[in-house]
Design a protein around this ligand. Structure first.
Ligand code: CMC
Length: 429
């Protein structure tokens, strides 16, 4: 039988080594035995952007980037999006199994009854400038929650962890809605516990003078599905931030704030906002070919296209594209859809995109739906962050409970000056 090992010959010394292979992976620390002399540090692996480095073992989410497969705890995303609800999916990601009726009722009750914010959080938020980006407000306010719940520092107590997990999932939509109301100068709307998770979020966003807000069921469901699709995506940039920051044993509010910071960037969760800006900039289907020329010349990127892991169509983008029709039947068709469809049509035929295996990702169509639902562009990454809080927390807890976890601390290849003596300022050229 073939051995599950890798034989390595070090041509510098002529020595050979046998390195175990488990799950198709070698342990980077096994390379350190490969030395040219006793005082040599040993071989390291160099991998900017972690393109081929597994930083953890995980049982939460699986992606097969070549086949366009996404599974949460083994369940295909298509089935969860068709039959599940967001809070049921959140339970699945965190607990590992789908809940029975009793478990789901208890879970929904606990989330629903933690949606309220301390009044001082509201006052804190009132201090933001009128034009503050909602993602910056979300980041800071989630971080500030750390000061409201000092017991959250007890991260090794499972009961305390559960309380913070429920608080975060419950309060992030409230903070997100307050961010929006702040930017447009409208009074904050308090949670309505009679409504569903997404129904209540719509209530806190859009309620005006009516005594009771009634969400449109199609829109409420569409948002619930969008939340399911965004709930987790294994070791992406923000999950990596959550795990890395959490590995120092800081409290989950501080770690989620770091993850929100990572999600904010236009190459990650900020891409949905960037797609809308791009579509507006293109402005008309007739200008699509010109824009594509600029992309191919390397002058700009086609936002919402490409993915580190998917080398085929992102399954989430497919679901969103189908859902867009249902949403547009209620809200009216988004005029930018034609530009998006034309961009996709050309991209799927052009060698530049085919050779690089660039396909639409989750952000390509989500912004069009968000816009049709009445969300301003700056809220798009926030809408990504609300459901992704669940994934971050699941990844964080898995990291904490893993006996192999160490504080995240990569190595570097130092290429700077060797030791040199301090030069007094009067003697510097
Ligand atoms: N438009 C044009 N060219 C692209 C694009 C794009 N959107 N994405 C990648 N490329 C090219 C890139 O220029 C490079 O070409 P070359 O080999 O000639 O230098 C090649 O494809 C490989 O790109 P890369 O940047 O090395 O790939 P990566 O795996 O490091 O980056 C990515 C992945 C998502 C950052 C990148 O595809 C990108 O910037 N996409 C646009 C932003 C976007 O839509 N982000 C959302 C990602 S999905 C949501 C999430 O999970 O955050």
């Amino acid at each position: 039988m073939a051995k599950e090992t890798l034989s390595v010959v070090d041509n510098r010394t002529g020595k050979s080594y046998e390195i175990p292979v488990t799950h198709g992976t070698i342990r980077a620390m096994d390379l350190r035995q490969i030395k040219t002399s006793e005082d040599d540090f040993g071989v390291m692996s160099y991998d900017p952007g972690f393109k081929n480095t597994a930083a953890c073992e995980s049982r939460i989410t699986f992606i097969d980037g070549d086949r366009g497969v996404l599974l949460y705890r083994g369940y295909p995303i298509e089935q969860l999006a068709e039959h599940g609800t967001f809070l049921e999916t959140a339970y699945l990601l965190l607990e590992g199994e789908l809940p029975n009726n009793e478990e789901l009722d208890g879970w929904v009750h606990n989330i629903t009854h933690h949606t309220m914010l301390h009044e001082n959080v509201k006052k804190f938020m009132e201090g933001f400038r009128y034009d503050a980006h909602p993602m910056g407000m979300l980041l800071s306010t989630v971080g500030a929650l750390s000061t409201f719940y000092p017991a959250a520092r007890d991260i090794l107590d499972p009961a305390s962890r559960r309380r913070q997990v429920q608080r975060l999932i419950a309060k992030v939509p409230t903070i997100a809605a307050f961010c929006y109301r702040h930017t447009i100068g409208l009074p904050y709307v308090y949670p309505d516990n009679d409504l569903s998770y997404t129904g209540n979020f719509l209530n806190m966003m859009f309620k005006m003078t009516e005594t009771k807000y009634e969400p449109d069921p199609t829109i409420e469901r569409a948002l619930d599905v969008l939340f399911i699709l965004h709930a987790d995506h294994e070791q992406n940039c923000s999950a990596n931030a959550m795990r890395g920051v959490g590995s120092s044993h800081t409290d989950p509010y501080a770690a989620v704030a770091a993850a929100v910071g990572a999600l904010y960037g236009p190459l990650h969760g900020g891409a949905n906002e960037a797609v809308l800006r791009m579509l507006n900039e293109i402005g008309h289907v007739s200008r699509v070919p010109d824009f594509m020329q600029r992309v191919k010349a390397g002058e700009t990127r086609l936002m919402g296209f490409g993915h580190r892991v998917y080398r085929s169509y992102d399954p989430r983008a497919k679901i969103i594209q189908t859902m867009a029709e249902k949403v547009f039947a209620v809200t009216g068709r988004n005029a930018l859809l034609d530009i998006a469809l034309e961009l996709e049509r050309i991209a799927l035929e052009e060698d530049y995109f085919v050779e690089r295996k660039l396909y639409p990702n989750v952000d390509f169509y989500s912004g069009l739906i968000y816009q049709a639902l009445g969300f301003p562009t700056t809220m798009f990454p926030v809408l990504f962050g609300i459901p992704r809080t669940v994934g971050w927390l699941a990844q964080w807890e898995e990291m904490l409970l893993d006996s192999e976890t160490k504080i995240a601390r990569p190595r570097q290849i130092y290429l700077g000056h060797p030791t040199r003596d301090y030069v007094p300022i009067s003697k510097r050229s």
